[in-house]
Design a protein around this ligand. Structure first.
Ligand code: NAP
Length: 327
């Protein structure tokens, strides 16, 4: 039995991506077989498909950090055939074969039930980026942030993590400042998601003073580098910043001044190695706190044959919101 999938291989000329007929016997020996209906293209998938170092740990590899589908066969009684599941993280699509193929074999401990009331395509539209955005919002709340405390800035706002963060925070009643490099093209889009103010990312992306006029009570930052340093420098007293990404860069040229003079908290967010309690909490909150009617606005859809172009676009910062892959 064979199935179609995007397969990454590597030789002396580099990494190659091709849609390939894969034999089922090549799947890893895990306890649940999934009929994959959807995957997505996250920033990490862009890096994997375009052969950038640091993501894929071994070849051949089926990329795709998001897997949405139904259980086809299971050796674990907790996961009956027909159950709609999603997998986000656990190094799937990096060290283990991922979702950009018609079939996937997964360890049952990696599976998260798609919550009642959410369809497969909605779960994919949210995907790892949206689940990470929700983890950021939950982390802000756990540090005590409330809408009355002041504005929350979302950087990389027109991207996947950013778009979902803007929509969720706005629905929760926060005043949201969206920072984007595409203010002209995507400003109306971000305001439709609920942003109150849209600023050009150049305000934050250059090296800045270590201590600036306080402007934000909270922050969701998928961008890192100078942007995160400037966000930290602009936090109000006791402000909370969640750092989850490195779209501008992994460096952080900041000082301790915001921490020791304003009591700022910097919370790191890692969605990959999280227990199922955290995952179920985040997915449950997404049902409640994300206006799913906005998902059409946030999402575009491609087939497997469109993945390579989107992989390049996402690395070029040209993708709006989320891209779902219909398998
Ligand atoms: N910690 C975790 O567990 C976790 C989970 C998911 C994602 N991530 C990371 O979070 C980041 C965003 O992921 P994503 O899926 O949302 O990617 P994405 O859709 O590509 O969004 C990233 C956004 O960052 C902005 N950006 C891109 N290049 C930039 C630059 N040079 N300077 C400043 N801003 C830039 C762009 O937004 P604008 O056009 O609006 O400026 C872009 O849309 C990535 O680094 C990803 O690896 C981490």
């Amino acid at each position: 039995m064979t199935f179609r999938g995007l397969l990454l291989t590597k030789d002396d000329d580099g990494v190659h991506a091709a849609i390939t007929d894969i034999d089922e016997t090549q799947l890893p020996d895990h306890d649940v077989l999934i009929d994959v209906s959807h995957s997505t293209v996250n920033y990490k998938d862009g890096m994997a498909v375009m052969g950038r170092p640091g993501v894929v740990r071994g070849y051949p590899m089926v990329p795709g950090v998001d897997v949405v589908g139904t259980v086809a066969e299971s050796n674990n009684p907790d996961w009956a055939p027909g159950t709609l599941v999603t997998i986000n993280g656990f190094d799937v699509g990096e060290a283990h074969w991922g979702g950009l193929a018609e079939k996937a074999r997964m360890k049952s401990e990696w599976l998260t039930r798609v919550p009642d009331g959410m369809s497969a395509s909605q779960a994919a539209a949210i995907g790892t980026a949206g689940y990470t955005a929700m983890l950021c919002v939950i982390a802000l709340e756990k540090q005590g942030l409330k809408p009355a405390d002041g504005p929350v800035i979302v950087t990389g706002a027109a991207g996947g993590v950013g778009s979902v963060a803007v929509a969720v925070l706005a629905k929760l009643g926060y005043e949201v400042i969206a920072s984007t490099g595409r203010a002209e093209a995507e400003g109306d889009y971000l305001r439709r998601l609920g942003a109150t103010t849209v600023i050009d990312r150049s305000e934050l992306s250059e090296p800045g003073k270590p201590f600036q006029k306080p402007a934000y009570a909270g922050a969701v930052d998928p961008v890192g580098s100078n942007t995160l340093a400037n966000v930290l420098a602009r936090m109000q007293d006791n402000g909370v910043v969640t750092a989850c990404g490195l779209a501008q860069g992994p460096d952080l040229n900041a000082t301790v001044l915001p921490f020791i003079l304003r009591g700022v908290t910097l919370v790191g967010i890692n969605c990959v190695h999280r227990g199922q309690d955290d995952r179920n909490e985040a997915w449950g909150r997404l049902v409640q706190d994300l206006d799913t009617s906005l998902l059409d606005e946030i999402t575009s859809t491609v087939g497997l044959d469109g993945v390579q172009q989107i992989a390049q676009d996402i690395l070029d910062g040209q993708v709006r919101g989320r891209v779902v892959v219909e398998i």
